[in-house]
Design a protein around this ligand. Structure first.
Ligand code: DGY
Length: 319
């Protein structure tokens, strides 16, 4: 059996696939594979491990219906045309659960970094602009005792909320499509309407999937309903906020700061104004990038691939 992998994955996972006599072809270039190259690369394959933001759309799926399985190297699957995959009866699997702690930690890291202008201050040193002690400029804000608003309180949101409550005694409010009663019990989290979430959050953290409903949800009108001292955090998908509107909201001090692990587009250009703002921290989509989590994700990918190649039900299907 043959499997194409569109990037690097944990070496143990590669070894496991090879131990099952699977012949692997890997995309080794530093640039992302193009849609045309991807179709070509998958032409003679039995399985495909999708690393990176490849569009698993109708064009790709129709050209690749011979595949027995597609294993995503992500929990998110907004890049997949699920309806077409279903119609073609093509199994697609993801990596649920194992990256919640690491991604929650990234949201927490961004919150603290933004609140103390850490990235901006670091840049001052490397740009040779640390000249003297300045007691009254570029001050941060404190987080203790403030209100954390979670938009999408699932597994990742819960990890962020737990850390915020334990470290800073933050009150947790959230908005979801449905109530998360476990979180209400565990963290005394309070369910609020979307508008209440905007009005009451000192830190608003996004942990929902990118869907038609959430695409561009955080627009200028939404930012205008937030507190002027609010920090906006997004470690979910860049498409959930409108980046131009976020830039405007920060420039016009409609909100205080923002921490992003996801941007729109990705990669973000190096001259993007967000990168130069005092109370902004941007990371290059590293939410789940720890040795432990990437190894755990690779395990689930291997399980999906092995089951799919055998024609068995894959253990972590997206539909
Ligand atoms: C995920 O698993 O969805 C991460 O964001 C990587 O894409």
């Amino acid at each position: 059996m043959k499997v194409f992998i569109s990037g690097k994955i944990a070496p143990d996972a590669l070894q496991k696939l090879e131990d099952h006599h699977i012949q692997i072809t890997q995309w080794k270039e530093t640039r992302q594979i193009t849609p045309k190259e991807l179709i070509e690369a998958c032409k003679d394959q039995d399985g495909f491990i999708s690393v990176g933001p490849n569009k698993i759309n109708a064009d790709f799926l129709n050209a690749s219906k011979h595949l027995k399985v597609i294993a995503l190297h992500s929990v998110g699957f907004d890049q997949v045309d699920v309806e077409t995959a279903k119609k073609l009866n093509l199994p697609v699997g993801n990596t649920p659960g194992v990256l919640s702690a690491a991604t929650g930690e990234t949201a927490f890291l961004l919150m603290i970094a933004v609140s103390r202008k850490a990235f901006f201050s670091y840049r001052k040193i490397i740009d040779g602009k640390w000249e003297k002690y300045e007691p009254a400029t570029e001050l941060g804000i404190e987080i203790s005792g403030k209100t954390l608003g979670v938009f999408g309180l699932g597994k990742i949101g819960l990890e962020m909320a737990k850390k915020c409550k334990a470290a800073y005694g933050m009150q947790v409010i959230y908005h979801n499509r449905s109530r998360n009663e476990d979180a209400e019990k565990e963290l005394d989290a309070k369910y609020v309407s979307f508008d209440e979430l905007l009005e009451q959050s000192d830190v608003l953290t996004v942990h929902t999937a990118l869907t038609d409903e959430t695409k561009g949800k955080f627009s200028i009108d939404v930012f205008k309903k937030m507190k002027p001292n609010a920090i906006f955090i997004n470690t979910a998908r860049g498409g959930i906020h409108n980046e131009k509107d976020l830039t405007q909201a920060l420039e016009e001090k409609i909100i205080w700061g923002a921490g992003l692990d996801v941007t729109n587009p990705e990669p973000m250009g190096k001259n993007n104004p967000l990168l130069f703002m005092e109370s902004v921290a941007v990371l290059p989509h590293i939410g789940s990038a720890t040795e432990e989590t990437r190894a755990a994700m690779a395990e689930l990918i291997v399980e999906n691939i092995l089951a799919g190649l055998k024609g068995e039900q894959i253990p972590y299907p997206i539909y």
